[in-house]
Design a protein around this ligand. Structure first.
Ligand code: UDP
Length: 322
């Protein structure tokens, strides 16, 4: 399937990932309806999209039924459900909005497709957080995870898991075309400087010559994917006909400790500030490394941007945010 001339609904359109998804879809000739409540999304992320006649922005809460915000004449061919706070400190600040948009929002969108638009294709943005603090390494899609059902991160982790269950019910039991992408740590331009995740924090601190805040002893690992690579993977999942009802990890297969990341960012910025060690937040996963073999074989996806190049591009953006 091509996106050209397709009508595509993107929830979370003003967010870091959502805005890049909108831009790439518009470049491919789609008519895009972007919806965002703007609790964490930023309209400035859409400045390029808003200049196009093929883009419509609607400010609405995506945990409500799309009947309440979509014009009745609009029947999306594809829905990307990306709306959700995604940074740990921010989703913990908005726990109810977070669990509602991932749980009830996913239900509302799929019920809308089931009752009014059965041909529509649905892509749910899930997360590596469904693996919790994983006991397997790397994490394959078949791994069920190790998640605290009632901890500070559960409003996000468990609602994404619930959202995946809702996707499963609507594909298995009701025959809808549903795809799940499990997104691993991603970075790049348009992340909010106040986002609170590790790369925005370290870059803003380094640019201001402040000490970098390392949580815990910094030996925990993450695998960081540059945003353009991730967006290409998400769009391929939506356009590849054989990916119907599949769940696919998208992320970088190169693992780094937080200490290594801090050193790389210090070197890239020529910062001389020290490191300051702070307590590890509770339930902070000790490791994350995706097995991406399914994305490679099913979607023909591959990474194109190496980490130093991605960091450099991201740094150029954060320099404009200081
Ligand atoms: N982290 C850190 N300093 C910061 C922000 C985060 O050391 O200023 C750590 C955090 O504890 C975690 C890792 O960096 O181990 C990645 O955190 P982030 O919030 O970016 O995303 P997560 O993968 O935990 O959802």
């Amino acid at each position: 399937m091509e996106y050209t001339n397709k009508t595509v609904l993107v929830t979370g359109a003003a967010g870091f990932l959502g805005s890049h998804v909108c831009d790439r879809l518009l470049e491919q000739g789609a008519h895009v309806i972007g919806v965002d409540s703007l609790i964490t999304g930023r309209k400035e992320n859409l400045s390029s999209a808003l200049s196009r006649t093929t883009f419509t922005f609607i400010e609405a809460d995506c945990s409500t039924s799309p009947r309440s915000y979509l014009p009745a004449t609009v029947k999306p061919d594809v829905i990307f459900h990306l709306a959700s706070p995604a940074s740990p400190p921010i989703y913990q600040q908005f726990p109810i909005d977070t669990y509602l948009v991932n749980a009830l929002g996913t239900h509302q969108l799929l019920q809308y497709l089931l009752t009014e638009n059965r041909q529509g294709r649905f892509i749910f943005a899930s997360t590596s957080e469904v693996y919790g603090d994983p006991k397997e390494r790397p994490q394959k899609e078949s791994y069920w995870g190790n998640v605290n059902p009632n901890g500070v991160r559960s409003c996000y982790d468990e609602s994404k898991r619930f959202g995946e269950m809702v996707c499963g019910v609507h594909s298995r039991d009701f025959g809808l075309d549903v795809r799940i992408v499990r997104i691993f740590n991603t970075y790049g331009p348009r992340m909010s400087p106040l986002d609170g995740r590790v790369i925005p924090n370290f870059m803003m601190q380094a640019l201001k010559n402040e000490p970098l805040t390392i949580y815990g002893d910094g030996t925990q690992t993450r695998s960081f994917c540059y945003v353009d690579d991730l967006i290409r993977g998400i769009l391929l999942l939506g356009s590849t006909d054989s990916a119907k009802n599949e769940t696919v990890n998208i992320g970088s297969p190169t693992e780094k400790t937080v200490n290594e990341l801090a050193e790389m960012i210090q070197a890239a910025t020529h910062a001389t500030g020290e490191y300051v060690y702070k307590p590890l937040p509770s339930d902070d996963p000790t490791q994350r490394l995706p097995d991406i073999s399914k994305a490679v074989s099913l979607l023909g996806w591959k990474l194109e941007i190496d980490f130093p190049t991605g960091l450099e591009k991201t740094l150029e953006y954060f320099k404009t945010q200081v």
